[in-house]
Design a protein around this ligand. Structure first.
Ligand code: ATP
Ligand code: MG
Length: 363
């Protein structure tokens, strides 16, 4: 019962401040049956607009939307058979939980018996069997969000669309609901599109992530691909924390590693596979703060400490490459070993990484 979804050259134009602009700019995407795919990106990058076009609440300016190969671009929202869970779950306050979940089935004209069975199944799925006679105001935020999910799942949608469904919940509940939503999605094998601007949420829940920026796709890949092989500086910086160290690609070796010169220091690192620079071009060496060490190792470059933040288990050293025109300091996160001290600001030392912990991408 799982379906596939394809977006073909989808664009959406809006007029803002008397100017036309593309809120969604030529998005192409293929989602596999049963896949959990997340749209991730900063505020205003076009996530909600893309999801609303799939739902049928918004019409594309151009392009096509296909479900299982069938063009649904012009099919009205209520005939698409899709389920939509919003950030603001908006349950009916005067109805019991049972009636809230049964609402869609009632409109469909299903018999009382089938309805009762289906509602109880849906409530069991979200772990709220005992709450059916209570009212929304008697439930916690997380429980209400689960009712909102049950209300959609009870209709057995072909595709489940969720727009920041957890953003109104407190941090702890959000963590719990991540696992819950993923468990239910996998149990039902339902294809799911999920919107968030929380990268941890995206990394932990998704089969694949589509990173968006300014209406365009930056990269589509599994969480690990995005983390290990970012296609653009934007993705490197947005997924986790990253130092984008400016340099120039000197050579590419036969084994797939590159040599990048950083302020005259030659360093070896993995070549990015998605968007590699050419030899002689400006490039970034991407190294995550936790992969820069103080111990001796294969690749190292000279830095000067400009600030230090003691975080308990780790120390975050802000460092600058001497005599470079670096605009903001790089970050080196090293474990704090009890009994050792902090290194003084102003100290020059070697920052070290292994060639696999660095990746060279286009600047
Ligand atoms: N109906 C509209 N008319 C004009 N501009 C719109 C309309 N809807 C959205 N926009 C603009 O389109 C852009 C994309 O909006 P969208 O809601 O898709 O962003 P988003 O990625 O979901 O952001 P957020 O994370 O803040 O929810 C924004 O610049 C927004 O102001
Ligand atoms: Mg949005």
């Amino acid at each position: 019962m799982s379906v596939s979804l394809s977006l073909k050259n989808i664009c959406r134009r809006f007029i803002k401040d008397n100017e036309e602009f593309l809120a969604v700019n030529n998005v192409n995407l293929d989602v596999q049956p049963g896949e959990f795919l997340t749209f991730l990106g900063p505020s205003g990058c076009g996530k909600t607009t893309t999801l609303r076009m799939i739902a049928g609440f918004e019409t594309p300016s151009s392009g096509q939307i296909l479900v299982d190969g069938v063009d649904i671009t012009n099919v009205p929202a209520n005939e698409r058979g899709l389920g939509f869970v919003f950030q603001n779950y908006a349950l009916f306050p005067h109805m019991t939980i049972f009636d809230n979940v049964a609402y869609g089935l009632k409109i469909r004209g299903e018999s009382k018996d089938t309805m009762a069975t289906k509602v109880r199944e849906a409530l069991a799925l979200v772990g709220l069997t005992k709450a059916e006679q209570r009212y929304p105001s008697q439930l916690s935020g997380g429980e209400q969000q689960r009712v909102a999910l049950a209300r959609v799942l009870v209709l057995r949608p072909k595709l489940l669309l969720m727009d920041e469904p957890l953003s109104n919940l407190d941090a702890k509940l959000r963590l719990h609901m991540r696992t819950e939503i993923r468990r239910i999605q996998q149990k039902l094998g339902i294809t799911c599109l999920y919107v968030t601007h929380d990268q941890k949420e995206a990394l932990t829940m998704s089969d694949r992530i589509m990173v968006m920026h300014g209406g365009k796709i930056e990269q589509i890949g599994t969480p690990m691909q995005l983390y290990e092989d970012p296609a653009t500086p934007f993705v490197a910086d947005f997924i986790g924390q990253a130092n984008l160290i400016e340099g120039r690609l000197e050579a590419v070796q036969a084994d797939g590693y590159g040599i990048i010169s950083v302020s005259g220091q030659k360093l070896r690192a993995r070549m990015g596979k998605q968007n590699p620079p050419a030899v002689g071009e400006n490039a970034y060496l991407v190294v995550r703060p936790e992969n820069l060490h103080l111990q001796a190792g294969s690749e190292s470059f000279t830095v000067q400490i400009v600030n230090r933040l003691f975080e308990g288990d780790r120390i975050d050293y802000h460092v600058q490459i001497p005599n470079s025109n670096q605009t903001k300091p790089y970050s080196m996160s090293v474990p704090f070993l009890p009994g050792t001290g902090l290194i003084d600001v102003g100290t020059e030392l070697k920052a070290t990484f292994t060639p696999d912990a660095g990746v060279i991408i286009k600047r």
